[in-house]
Design a protein around this ligand. Sequence first.
Ligand SMILES: C[S@@+](CC[C@H](N)C(=O)[O-])C[C@H]1O[C@@H](n2cnc3c(N)ncnc32)[C@H](O)[C@@H]1O
Length: 199
Amino acid sequence: MTFSFLQGIPYRDVFIYNFLTFLKLGYSYDLRFKIVQPYLHKDDVILDVCAGYGRLKKFIPKECTYHCIDASPTFLKKLKQKEIPSSLQNINEKCVINYSHYTVVVMIISLCHFPKSRIHTLLDSFTKMGNRVIIIEEVIKTPKQNHTWLRKIMNYLCCVDYNKHLSLLTFEEFKDILSKHNYKVTRYNNRYSIGTFGV
Ligand SMILES: C[S@@+](CC[C@H](N)C(=O)[O-])C[C@H]1O[C@@H](n2cnc3c(N)ncnc32)[C@H](O)[C@@H]1O
């Protein structure tokens, strides 16, 4: 029997994505979006990279312009239904983005999808896309935690055809990588860390 149909399922079905995220986060479900709020200004033009189905929109000032990119066709369909300007883009490939367009670039819990070598390139490209960059990332205590059963199952489920990589960074790794690109790094709580540029 093959379980490969389960691979990538959270990013192929919004209900399953929400359900698994709720199982993991419970009542802190929306905390990651609330952490971003204080960094946003009323007149911002926001680019949400790896936006999922654009839930951040609920947490931004009404006056902001909001644009999403993501590589999941399912999430893109949902974004279009919600009439959120969005484009289907795999950021592992060459991005077609008008760099001068955005006042702020946001990325939430998505660096974990990229190997360290790619993260370096992405961090640099974000600073060209927007004046400010806000990154919220889930971090673990030790690299060992990537090998627990629960984490292995999550990694398996979140493995999509456009991205096979999933490995959470420790806070020290996050800090080390982002500091190299002149991002400021702070620890929010045991789960989340924040990286900002130009703030
Ligand atoms: C953990 S989800 C986070 C979604 C959203 N930011 C949130 O917090 O709910 C990671 C997102 O990254 C997207 N993603 C993964 N690899 C990608 C890639 N190579 N290019 C674009 N999007 C990608 C997935 O489709 C998914 O929507």
